[in-house]
Design a protein. Structure first.
Length: 591
């Protein structure tokens, strides 16, 4: 009996088909599920499974957990039950026993600009923790990890690495773009519309039109924002098959991809192919190369550092800058450009970018993937258009790139000794110098911007929003979009120990480390201090002598934590530095 079929009252009373009374077939010795399905002493355990409709054939098969964060709280995840059903069908067709279980999600776009955004990065850890706990507690043999909204993706990949079970990562797919006056819209358009409305550049009626037209259905935000960045990275790093990131939510291609993921995990079980067999230093170099070539989210830096820490692979924040310097940017997608994930999928998807990077020598084609093939081998199996046949005004060749360097820049200097992160969405040679406008939290900075106080040359400084100080390292798309929406994309800079949405554009520098809450130099800045941002030199400095900075920090007093109980207090104490991925797993935290 399939576990998806209801169990009738007659079956409950009689114990079902007599075939269920036969002895289960013994599983291979290496499968953890044998601990709960094999032998006379496990009769009570099997009884619990039978109550859910599982039969002897199921119990003698590998147990595959389908981790599903479906929820009505975000369009990114609202359709994931249907995606999970397709994955379940794939597992069953390949001879596995699928066991679906749930975990949480937080809608970053809905919590953005509110105190609730502090829960976003915490949710990454909770997702990883909860999937690890279920896999460990129920002795699962393998996982298909489904993901929609931003933190789902790294959370699921972290869980796969921790459990080191055969795992296939499965993205839920991107939303279709909205449309307004002939141009494609995403939620970024609405956030920037708020700034334009505050400035008087658009009417309340047009803002209302943007609100109603930007998000036409289910799926993750459409630009190369955090979800699509991490989905693309899942291919490059080897935890998902090539081509699996692109099919849109609710499309036949998405459900077909899900079914294929369910079948593939049985192949991984048979081959005993685990994340530790796939992930290597080269995997992470590939992920970074794709991230910077696509112009992906700065959050990719934070999450890749966390994944590397979980995997025990040596990766530092400076590696991102080194790889970005040698890797061209060859895609012009939102937020810096105008196109979205659907447009990329229409010309072949992420693999067409990977192919150009592999052939150009910017990615390791010999790196292993979850399919058991290398990236180069897997590219050969795909039905991709010939490179010369791809006609897309947003894709460039490595010989004639959009920019000679990748989009991610790591800045250091006396304001960020441990590094800070910038995604270039304009010109590579940006230089800015101006007076600091200091705010102790996001809300006060947003008020300052919305009241029309911005002056050309300003450097907005938002501190005490780091992993520990927030806690939770809020994303600040509301503030950054309001700045851009008011016409200050090129003449106002912003720096913070918090984070940015993947939809952020302009000279916005985040992840400043050490953060203010632990006494980083950003805590010493005062209103009016002159701050210099030099992208070509990768420098960010305040115009103060080292002795003056030290003097101010000597007089500085650590603020009281914002929360003294509950989940935010707990994770606030557990978070490590953003420079190392802001991980909470004590076994992998790095100095």
């Amino acid at each position: 009996m399939s576990h998806q079929e209801p169990v009738s009252s007659a079956e409950r009373e009689t114990g079902g088909d007599e075939s269920n009374e036969s002895e289960p077939v013994e599983k291979p010795e290496n499968l953890p599920s044998r601990e709960v399905t094999e032998g006379p002493e496990r009769a009570p355990h099997r009884s619990m499974f039978r109550a859910m409709g599982f039969d002897d054939a199921d119990l003698s098969s590998p147990m595959v957990g389908i981790a599903n964060p479906a929820a009505d709280i975000t369009p990114c995840n609202v359709h994931l039950d249907e995606v999970a059903v397709s994955a379940i069908e794939g597992v069953e067709s390949a001879g596995g026993m699928p066991i679906e279980f749930g975990t949480i999600t937080i809608s970053d776009a809905i919590s953005m600009g509110t105190e609730g955004m502090k829960s976003s990065l915490v949710s990454r850890e909770v997702i990883a923790d909860s999937v690890e706990l279920v896999a460990f507690g129920e002795r699962l043999d393998a996982l298909v990890t489904v993901a929609g909204c931003d933190k789902n993706l790294p959370g699921m990949m972290m869980a796969a690495i921790r459990t080191d079970l055969p795992t296939v990562f499965l993205y839920g797919g991107s939303i279709l773009p909205g449309e307004h006056e002939g141009r494609e819209l995403t939620v970024q358009s609405v956030f920037e519309g708020v700034g334009a409305y505050a400035q008087g550049d658009i009417s309340r009626e047009e803002l209302d039109e943007l609100e109603r037209e930007a998000c036409p259905g289910a799926g993750s935000c459409g630009g190369m924002f955090t979800a699509n960045t991490m989905a693309s990275i899942s291919e490059a790093i080897g935890l998902a098959p090539l081509g699996s990131a692109g099919p849109l939510a609710e499309s036949e291609g998405r459900y077909r991809t899900a079914e294929e993921a369910g079948a593939l995990v049985l192949d991984a079980i048979e081959a005993d192919r685990k994340p530790s067999d796939i992930l290597a230093r080269e995997s992470f170099e590939n992920a970074i190369a794709l991230q910077v070539a696509l112009g992906g989210s700065t959050n990719g830096v934070l999450h890749l550092l966390a994944l590397a820490a979980e995997a025990g692979i040596d990766l530092s924040i400076t590696d991102f800058d080194a790889i970005s310097k040698r890797t061209p940017k060859i895609a012009n997608l939102q937020p810096g450009g105008t196109r979205v994930m659907k447009d990329l999928q229409d010309v072949g998807g992420v693999p067409v970018v990977i192919r150009r990077l592999v052939e150009g020598g910017y990615m390791h084609g010999e790196a292993m993937t979850v399919t058991g093939q290398t990236i180069a081998e897997e590219l050969e199996t795909l039905d991709l258009p010939a490179d010369e046949e791809i006609d897309a005004d947003f894709l460039y060749t490595v010989e004639e790139p959009l920019h000679e360097e990748g989009a991610i820049k790591i800045l250091t200097g006396n304001l960020a000794p441990d590094g800070a992160v910038l995604k270039v969405t304009g010109e590579d040679d940006f230089y800015h110098e101006g007076p600091a406008r200091v705010f102790e939290n996001e809300e006060s900075a947003m008020q300052y911007v919305q009241e029309g106080n911005l002056q050309s040359g300003d450097v907005i400084v938002i501190r005490n929003e780091g992993p520990q100080g927030g806690p939770g390292m809020r994303e600040m798309l509301g503030v950054t979009a309001a700045v851009v929406g008011q016409g200050h994309e090129d003449d106002v800079a912003l720096l913070t120990d918090g984070r940015f949405s993947g939809a952020t554009r302009g000279p916005m520098i985040g992840h400043v480390a050490p953060e203010a809450f632990v006494g980083g130099p950003i805590a010493a800045i005062e209103n009016g201090d002159r701050i210099e941002i030099d992208i070509p030199e990768r420098e960010m400095n305040v115009d103060l002598a080292e002795e003056r900075v030290d003097e101010r920090l000597t007089d500085w007093e650590a603020p009281e934590p914002n929360y003294d109980s509950g989940v935010l207090a707990k994770y606030g104490l557990a978070f490590g530095s953003a420079a190392n991925g802001a991980v909470t797993n004590p076994g992998v935290q790095r100095e």
